[in-house]
Design a protein around this ligand. Sequence first.
Ligand SMILES: Cc1cc2nc3c(=O)[nH]c(=O)nc-3n(C[C@H](O)[C@H](O)[C@H](O)COP(=O)(O)O)c2cc1C
Length: 382
Amino acid sequence: MALQFDTRYPSIDDLRIKAKKKIPKFAFEYLDGGCNEDVNIKRNTSELREVQLKPTYLKTHHGSSLKTTLFGTDYDAPFGIAPVGLQGLMWPNSAEILAKAAFEHNIPFILSTVTTTSIERAAELTEGKAWFQLYHPAEDRLRDDIIKRAEVAGCPVLVILCDVPTFGFRPRDIRNGLAMPPKMTLSNILQVFGRPHWALQTLKYGQPSFDTLKPYMPKGLDLKQLGKFMDATFSGRLYEEKIKPIRDMWKGKLVLKGVASEYDTEEAIRLGIDGIIVSNHGGRQLDAGESTIKPLATIAETYGDKIEVMMDSGLRSGPDVARAMASGAKFTFMGRSFMYGVSALGKRGGDHTISLLKAELQQVMEQLCCERTTDFPNHLIR
Ligand SMILES: Cc1cc2nc3c(=O)[nH]c(=O)nc-3n(C[C@H](O)[C@H](O)[C@H](O)COP(=O)(O)O)c2cc1C
């Protein structure tokens, strides 16, 4: 097996450990943490890893391919990069690094409304292939303008979010003064001094800013005013009256992210949504909630022929992608894994992480005698 990645970091956990040493504590904790007591984030990975797969060794094997078709588009692997806010805080330019790597590897990259590059820049880097995740604006005019920009930029898929009716309760971020917007407390400044590479890169690329939202933000806001602007601009809770006009306006594929129940899946189907991402926001919203692997199997089995069922939250490896696909996901996404990669390795991080996950997944498929990614369910031990 020819390994196409930096062999010093052969697992996502290696990247996480390196990232922790490389970036300031407040930025690492923002990325790494769940919410409240971190129960849900731990469950996501541990319960996913209870899924077991059965190999078949004596069958003729014609080779395994990671290629997967989603919404009529052929991708080179069944995983993509989930939307992450404030990416430039973890590593300068990281949204751009990941968008470019996703394009080069032909996998989807989803740009968050509140990250540090704009819709237009992400579209340029991916030749119009980036998906866009919309945080729901309180004002219709703003909503329409952002959707129009995504359309003009050529985004094929718009992702709306149902799992942030309120901001998650995250003790570390509260302690670090990072409850959007980041505060430069003395402790945070000292942490920056301890991470000179991060500090130099940040100086080079400038303070991270919300590039997609720049045209709507009054100039010269101080940090406190910026927080108020964000609160006033976005209304988290999504329901029928909010979804309908988006469905009417958006001609491309529409995906609802954050689904964790059969009720919300049925609503999504009724409202004409094309796909759902079964997700709990990587354990950042409801600590008492289920892991995503739990509702996935039922949702995929009951509704998988009516709507594209995808999944994220807790995946950290090729075997994890295989477990999710075997349990019924048509496609998977990861948030932290890619951000650990870029935080650890800078501009090499996107390519490295994607190559690593591809190599791991290829090995699982060959071991199982699974030739196509649609065949994973045949290997599930029920
Ligand atoms: C630091 C961080 C910021 C996030 N910001 C967003 C966001 O702006 N929009 C969004 O839809 N999801 C956001 N998410 C959730 C991810 O899209 C995804 O659901 C989650 O990371 C999946 O779990 P995983 O990190 O275990 O792979 C964020 C996640 C993290 C870790």
